[in-house]
Every structure is written in C-alpha cells, then in structure tokens.
Design a protein around this ligand. Structure first.
Ligand SMILES: *Cc1c(COP(=O)(O)O)cnc(C)c1O
Length: 365
C-alpha cells in the first residue's frame, strides 16, 4: 500500500523533540500567548524574511484577519471587488465573503494553475481594489506586485501551500504583497498536530492591528477598542511548529527530489505532468498534480494497485452549493482542471520503492 501522505511517519521522525516541546509547555503552566508563540512567530518571520509574523488559529482566519484589518484601515470597503483565482481552495473565497468583499473569480494560467496578468486584466474594473493571489500546490504565482502598484491595488497572498517557496532573487512567499496568510494544517508542508496558521507582513501597523483583532480586539487585557475575534495560535502548537520549522528546508528538498523523480520517469501519453521552471523559482511541492482526461478511471486503477491518490479539488468554488448564486457561471478551464487533476503520493519520506510502484502503475495504465 502506497499512502498518499503518512503523517504519522512524518511526525515520528521528530518524536523525541516534539514530546520534549509538548512537555515543556505542559510544565510551564502557561498555554495561551506565551513564550512558545513569540518564539515561533520570530522564527517563522525570520524564515520567510518578513518583519512580522502573527500566529493565529488557522489559515482561513489568517486571511479573514488580513482583510478585516484592511477594512478597518479604510484601505478596503465592503463591496469592493477582489480578484481571486477561480480554481482555488474554498478558504480563499470565504476570507472575502466573510468580510463582505466581492470575489471576482478569474481563470488561472493553463500551465501553472495560478493567477496571471492576462487573467487579472480580463476582469479588472474601477471597483477592483485588491488581488488575492494563491501559490497553488507550492508554486509561486506570477509576481504581479508591480502591476498592483501601478493600478493602486492591494496584493494579498494566500501562501497556505507555499511555505518557503521562493524566486531566484531569494524572495519568499509572504513578501510579495501587503500581507500573506499561511496555514499549518497537519497536511501542509509545515504542519502542526492540529489547526494553526499565521499572517506575515512587512507593515508594522497592519501587524499590530491583526494581532489585536485576533485577540478579541484588545490591546490591553479587558480593554477592547475593536470588535475582534478569538483566533490565537496556542503554545502547544507553536512549540511543535518551532521543532518542525528547523527541518522544513530539508523536507522541501526531499519533496523536490521526489517530484523530479516522477517527472523523469512517468511516461504515458494519457497523462499530463505538472510544469515548473526551476531556473525561475523554487517550487516546494506541497502537491504533485498530474492531469488525465479519464481521471476517475485512473484513480480507481491506481487504487486497485494499492496506490492512494487525492483530488485537489473535485468541485470548483463556483459550483459549490454554498455559492449557489455562481452555479450558472462558466469557467471552462477551471472546470476542466477540476475534472482532470489527481495528486500523487508525495512526502519527504516517500521511498524510491514506493515511487517506483507509482511510476510503474502509471506507465502501465
Ligand atoms: C489549507 C488552505 C487554506 C486554509 O487553511 P486552514 O488552516 O485549513 O484554515 C487556505 N488556502 C489554501 C490555498 C489552502 O490550501
């Protein structure tokens, strides 16, 4: 059996250190807003190359808090249009609707599946005030920061799948816009043992505001100057993340090696491989996603051979029941992507033998 992602085995690599971290939080008697959270915030900011990092409860909250803060700062207003890729995970969209902003869905680039300038231009209106760019599958989206400056648009990154992804100048996800949302959901490249997330930004005022909003809108305990929410990273998850952050770069290298091995060995005209340009940027391979017009049959075929795969994602946001007002809209490329994509087993601990099994099965399909 080749597992899609063996989280238990991934975390067991660090069992001793993780147990020590948990014990030290347990013994500290301090479980919220303590030294483990500030240590991780400092280390993750340093890792991303940003001035600030604010730990929050999860990736969705990270994005919600960014937009909430921008509205409080009067940089955005309810009803403003925000361009977002139509093929993203639902969380990107919910961060907007939660703040009464208007998501403008845009078809992605057919090669990278990320937003590109052409798509942005096609939906730009005088009501467009921001762009939420998603670094899907761990590949940096086209850098549109220059375009945003020129058109007076805010750029926000959904970096939930892209910890450590960088361009050739070494600029990492989290630095391209005014702020970025990260997720540490267990299956992400940097995963907690539960829910966790963070915002990174180079803007001090925004950092302070988001910190305050995520802690009931209070600057000082029991003094609430804003109507905030409770979205805090807890000490336990922060301590665990601090351990795992030390190994993130090594794990990214292993993911990239595994992806390259698939790329060099899968040969089947029915299967389209992902494309990336390693001369231009460092993909971190949260997911290795192939395409096949007979995707469901292929998935069944692999399953029969003991190979677990996952579809990211089976239904695009505009076809979801939760957004029935968009169900009639047509996004042919996005719909085709959702019909054809299949994510292969990939992790820092996948063995060559397991990969060979996957390759052999795919080549014999
Ligand atoms: C995982 C993910 C999120 C949300 O993160 P949670 O921690 O699950 O709330 C947001 N956007 C994208 C692209 C994601 O993959």
């Amino acid at each position: 059996m080749v597992k899609f992602l063996d989280l238990k085995a991934i975390n067991e690599q660090y069992q001793v250190e993780i147990s020590d971290a948990i014990n030290s939080v347990l013994n500290s008697g301090w479980y919220i807003k303590g030294s483990a959270v500030s240590s991780f915030e400092n280390n993750f900011a340093k890792y991303c190359g940003t001035k600030h990092c604010i730990g929050v409860a999860n990736g969705l909250d990270a994005l919600i808090l960014i937009f909430r803060a921008l509205i409080i700062q009067d940089k955005l207003q309810e009803g403003d249009e925000v361009i977002v890729p139509a093929n993203t995970y639902i969380a990107s969209i919910l961060a907007l609707t939660e703040n009464k902003l208007k998501p403008i869905l845009v078809e992605p680039d057919p090669v990278t599946f990320n937003l590109n300038l052409e798509g942005i231009r096609s939906k730009l209106t005088s009501n467009t005030k921001a762009i939420l760019s998603v670094h899907l599958y761990g590949q940096l989206a086209e850098d549109v920061s220059g375009f945003c400056k020129e058109h007076d648009l805010l750029l926000i990154e959904d970096a939930a799948q892209a910890h450590g992804a960088k361009n050739k100048e070494g600029k990492k996800a989290g630095n391209f816009g005014i702020a970025a949302g990260f997720s540490f959901y267990p299956g992400k490249n940097l995963g907690a043992l539960g829910d966790a997330g963070a915002v990174t930004t180079n803007d001090k005022d925004l950092a302070e505001l988001i910190q305050q909003l995520g802690n009931y809108g209070s600057e000082k305990k029991y003094h609430n100057s804003l109507q905030g929410l409770n979205s805090r990273l807890d000490e336990m998850q922060a301590a665990i993340l601090d351990v795992k952050l030390k190994y993130l770069d090594k794990e990214i290298i292993k993911r990239r090696e595994a992806a390259t091995y698939y790329q060099q060995n899968i040969e089947n005209p029915k299967i389209k491989l992902p494309q990336w340009d390693s001369e231009v940027k460092d993909h971190v391979f949260h997911l290795y996603v192939i395409r096949c017009t007979e995707r469901d049959q292929l998935q069944q075929y692999l399953n029969d051979k003991g190979i677990q795969t996952v579809i990211h994602y089976p239904i695009p946001p505009h076809k979801q029941e939760a957004f029935s007002e968009w169900n009639q809209l047509s996004y042919p490329l996005t719909e085709q992507i959702h019909d054809e994509v299949l994510s292969l087993p990939l992790s820092p601990i996948i063995s060559r033998e397991e990969q060979d099994q996957v390759v052999k099965a795919l080549n014999s399909y």
